[in-house]
Design a protein around this ligand. Structure first.
Ligand code: PHE
Length: 442
């Protein structure tokens, strides 16, 4: 008879479940809302290319480092970084900065998530013959007071409930089923958008390169977006890494997560930009881009109103997976270090996020401040520290050992990837950060 080892910490039940949860964390508003709107504001193809380079040279190595440290330590992010370099407890600062980043991100993320949930409701109403979705619909929900706050509160309450249900049960189950569905619907949206008259201009916008558009600010946003989209630099992937089974090969697993995440973003771009050009809109339409374009894409299609509803339902699900992973960073810490019950930890986290969230919802200044400080400052700095810890400071052989676990073909894993982790990734992140401060020019 097979006996199971005593289980003291919750964890992902299976390799596939773990992959689903990681993709569930990575895929979210970053893909369908932020990626298109930043691409639009930063001039298209050149931004996309810079972003892709950042994913490969920075994103995957940082994810690998986080998973390795998380799995090795099997603890929340603060305690994992506090213990990973013997005698250097101060690296727990990475985890602390991650707690701060989680709260700052959720403050504006839950606002946008509230718009998505509002659109589920409003598109449903429209499908039953209510008022059609127009840019005014977006203006009213994004610029209002009580309505967006109510949606934001609802979104945070829902995520708190999911978190209380636990890691494996709550998160894995939902994402495993619905992620493939989202991918399918994005594919359909893209096909529909690409067959609109005038759509080609959108494809060119996404893929025709103009290097003159790349400057320090564009580089920093592309780097920040890579961190944000892959949930890196703040302990989310470390916390999720701590739930990874030992049989998971960290490197190919991270590559798969990055690939899935990139695919979803590119598909979202291929749905949105052709439609924007076909309908004579503005690519630099800002945060409303997604909300104003999707109803147009499906608008003239038979049954289109229902596809719009389905799109926002799936977007809402993707958003919840990402939010659950943002919650998990403070919650794991409050439970393991501060000895709170999971319920109290989730309520404390949700409450703090809502308090800051009110500021983000009511004031564009705070919205942008929280977004910029987290994506473009805390995450890249956190990522730099993480990669230095993993590449240079972990006890000798620790990284290679962790990357070698899980079976065949481990030479690539434990020999080539550490070269990136040690040399290439930290230098790139440092250069982009210094470049954005004007201290290095290229
Ligand atoms: N990656 C998520 C998204 O793209 C956002 C996120 C950032 C989640 C950081 C967790 C941590 O929507």
């Amino acid at each position: 008879m097979k006996t199971n080892p005593p289980q003291t910490r919750d964890g992902f039940g299976s390799g596939l479940g773990a992959l689903a949860a990681l993709v569930g964390s990575a895929v979210g508003l970053g893909n369908i809302w932020k990626f298109p709107y930043l691409t639009g504001e930063n001039g298209g193809a050149a931004f996309v290319l810079t972003y892709l380079v950042c994913v490969i040279l920075v994103g995957i190595p940082v994810m690998v480092a986080e998973h390795a440290i998380g799995r090795r330590m099997r603890q929340n992010a603060v305690q994992a970084y506090g213990g990973v370099v013997p005698g250097q407890k101060f690296w727990s600062a990475i985890g602390i900065s991650g707690l701060l980043a989680a709260v700052l991100i959720m403050a504006f993320y839950s606002d946008v998530a509230g718009w998505v949930f509002a659109y589920v409701f409003k598109s449903g109403w429209a499908a039953f013959g209510g008022p059609a979705l127009t840019p005014d619909t977006f203006g009213a929900i994004a610029g209002g007071t009580i309505e967006p706050l109510a949606w934001q509160f609802g979104v945070l309450a829902l995520t708190t409930t999911i978190i209380v249900a636990g890691v494996s049960k709550g998160i894995e189950r939902v994402t495993k089923i619905l992620m493939p569905l989202l991918l399918g619907l994005l594919l359909l949206s893209a096909l529909r958008a690409l067959t609109l008259p005038g759509a080609w201009a959108g494809v060119e916008y996404l893929f025709r390169l103009d290097f003159t558009k790349i400057g320090p600010a564009v580089l920093l946003s592309a780097l920040g977006l890579a961190f944000f989209k892959l949930s890196l630099g703040m302990g989310t992937m470390t916390t999720y890494g701590s739930y990874l089974p030992d049989k998971t090969r960290i490197v190919p697993n991270a590559a798969r997560v990055a690939l899935a995440d990139t695919l979803v973003s590119l598909l979202a771009g291929l749905a949105i930009f052709p439609a924007v050009f076909a309908f004579g809109g503005q690519p630099a339409g800002g945060p409303g881009l997604l909300f104003n374009t999707i109803p147009l894409i499906f608008g003239q299609m038979p049954g289109g109103a229902w596809f719009t509803v389905l799109f926002f339902v799936l977007a809402a699900v993707a958003t919840v997976g990402a939010m659950a992973s943002l919650f998990e960073v403070p919650v794991a810490w409050l439970v393991e270090k501060k000895k709170m019950t999971r319920l109290m930890a989730a309520l404390t986290t949700g409450g703090t996020m809502f308090a800051l969230g009110i500021l983000a919802t009511l004031s564009p200044f705070f919205f942008n401040l929280f977004d910029f400080t987290s994506s473009n400052v805390l995450l890249p700095l956190g990522g730099l520290a993480i990669i230095i810890v993993a590449g240079w400071l972990m006890p000798k052989g620790g990284l290679a050992d962790e990357l070698g676990k899980g079976g065949a073909g481990t030479r690539w894993d434990s020999q080539l990837v550490p070269v990136f982790v040690k040399f290439i990734t930290p230098v790139l992140v440092l250069l982009i950060l210094l470049n954005s401060l004007g201290l290095v020019k290229f």
